[in-house]
Design a protein around this ligand. Structure first.
Ligand code: GLU
Length: 495
């Protein structure tokens, strides 16, 4: 078998969409598995809608995900001449013809068909014009489009899609379609095939919305004498209301960038996106890179549309809960040094970074991340929920404040007293602080949970977390003592 060559050909008319990213991922996995090349081709022939910003966004998105390509980016617009040349070849070989029908004529025919409740298809008026007739019309300077001559014999285009199986489209159902507009510009349908032939693409893995083009594109391949690649179309992704996910109806939530900006780990997003339309027989959900390359196959792509489970406006879920859970899984289990490198970027962007975290406090930094990550879902949680571990300007969780602090007015005296006891210790070890806390609670005649939960609230800002005795030791007197002493401020603020 010749070398596998696949392509990812986005149109640069917006950001990198998660649907587009999924297409890129499937192609990428396919070459990683079988060897071969992934070609990146920017399909920028729609000049009005293509933007430089979008091209950069797509490249950035792929790089962030870690999807590398072997050739390109090629730009479709640079091959415009080849697309025209191909249309000329099709005219010369008798696979295409010039059509001089005017817009008005075609419109009238379309309306007549609609009135008779029939399907409209071009009636081939110009298919059999004589050479003289064509010459005459050209002499008059009449504009024309170029149409593909669909075979008139019985039968149809038959091909086996790797996902949808055998597909047949009768020739009789395919109109003599336009391949070049009257302004001389080739249609996307043609350019796409010409580029795939030049790029020697062996497998076309693309969205199901491409399936309507495939029979016509196969006719072009045949007419140009090229080998027909293998096709694999991926199912659509729908939202809970069964609407196709799109920029217009879902906004930024379908952009890859949104996930980067909301603290996603690139591999977690890949892992989630892969599962939108592909699965193993045992429905495994978490895959390492090597494992995924090993088990991925086009045959595992589902025919059924996949569901992007997202409830608009639910503040608890800023995206599909499964995506969040997969991200949390990686965040909680990945090697701590790798996580630290990602958190570092967040901290640098958020002004929380301290150079000592790379130097004398590096052990402390790793240990802290490791202790707090168990409850976190995204990298953003380290700067928001985890802020108190790294900075003094944190906010206290509303519920923790009400339930564990304000409910007991005595705490404004108790916590400063507790601070004195802790300060008297030579060092805040878990064992020593536990002893002090228990003795202190007994002395007050309250359950140890009362001062301990209150201490957690004023020291970490949160209602839950790792063992408070471990935290006293981790944070040390420097953070623990002043925060306990400052408890009265919450009573004043909430008077
Ligand atoms: N440029 C097309 C798109 O972005 C690609 C279609 C194809 O893969 O053939 O939808």
């Amino acid at each position: 078998m010749s070398e596998v060559r696949v392509r990812f050909p986005p149109s640069p008319t917006g950001y990198l969409h998660i649907g587009g990213a999924r297409t890129a991922i499937y192609n990428w996995l396919f070459v990683k598995k079988h060897g071969g090349k992934l070609i990146l081709r920017i399909e920028d022939t729609d000049v009005e809608r293509s933007t430089q910003e979008s091209i950069e966004g797509i490249l950035d998105g792929l790089k962030w995900l870690g999807i590398d390509w072997d050739e390109g980016p090629y730009f479709q617009s640079e091959y415009a001449d080849e697309h025209v040349t191909a249309s000329k070849r099709l005219l010369e070989s008798g696979h295409a013809y010039k059509c001089f029908c005017t817009k008005e004529e075609l419109e009238a025919k379309r309306e007549a068909a609609a009135a008779a409740k029939g399907d409209y298809k071009y009636d081939k008026t110009c298919r059999n014009l004589s050479t003289d007739q064509i010459a005459e019309k050209e002499k008059q300077g009449l504009p024309y489009v170029i149409r593909f001559k669909v075979p008139e014999e019985a039968g149809g285009v038959i091909f086996v899609d790797k996902v949808y199986g055998s597909i047949e489209r009768a020739y009789a159902d395919i109109e003599d379609f336009v391949i070049v507009r009257s302004n001389g510009k080739p249609l996307y349908l043609l350019s796409n095939v010409v580029d795939d032939i030049r790029d020697r693409i062996t497998h076309i893995i693309r969205g199901q919305d491409g399936l309507v083009n495939t029979p016509r594109q196969i006719l072009i391949y045949k007419a140009l004498g090229a080998d027909i690649p293998v096709f694999a179309h991926m199912p659509l992704t729908l939202d809970l209301k069964k609407a196709k996910i799109s920029k217009r109806s879902h906004g930024e939530i379908v952009a890859v960038q949104y996930y980067r900006d909301n603290g996603f780990i690139p591999w977690a997003l890949i892992n989630f996106l892969v599962l939108l339309g592909w699965s193993t027989t045992d429905n495994q959900e978490i895959f390492s890179r090597d494992e995924l390359i090993e088990v991925f196959s086009l045959e595992g792509i589902n025919r059924a549309n996949s569901v992007f489970n997202y409830r608009k406006g639910d503040p608890k879920f800023f995206t599909d809960p499964k995506a969040i859970n997969i991200n949390a899984h990686y965040l909680r289990t990945m090697p701590i040094e790798e996580l630290a490198a990602m958190v570092k970027k967040e901290f640098q962007a958020g002004g929380l970074w301290d150079e000592a975290y790379d130097g004398e406090k590096s052990q402390w930094f790793l240990k802290t991340l490791d202790m707090i990550r168990d409850r976190f879902h995204t990298l953003k949680d380290f700067t928001s929920l985890g802020r108190a571990y790294f900075a003094d300007d944190f906010t206290i969780d509303e519920k923790a404040l009400k339930k564990n602090v304000l409910k007991y007015p005595e705490l404004k005296h108790w916590l400063p007293m507790f601070a004195d006891r802790l300060e008297a210790l030579p060092e805040l070890t878990p064992e020593a602080t536990e002893q002090v806390a228990r003795a202190f609670a007994e002395e007050l005649g309250v359950k140890p949970g009362i001062p301990i939960n209150a201490a957690r609230a004023v020291i970490t800002g949160l209602i839950k977390g790792p063992s408070m005795f471990e935290l006293f030791a981790l944070l040390g007197k420097e953070k623990v003592i002043p925060r306990l002493r400052d408890t009265a401020k919450f009573f004043e603020q909430n008077n």
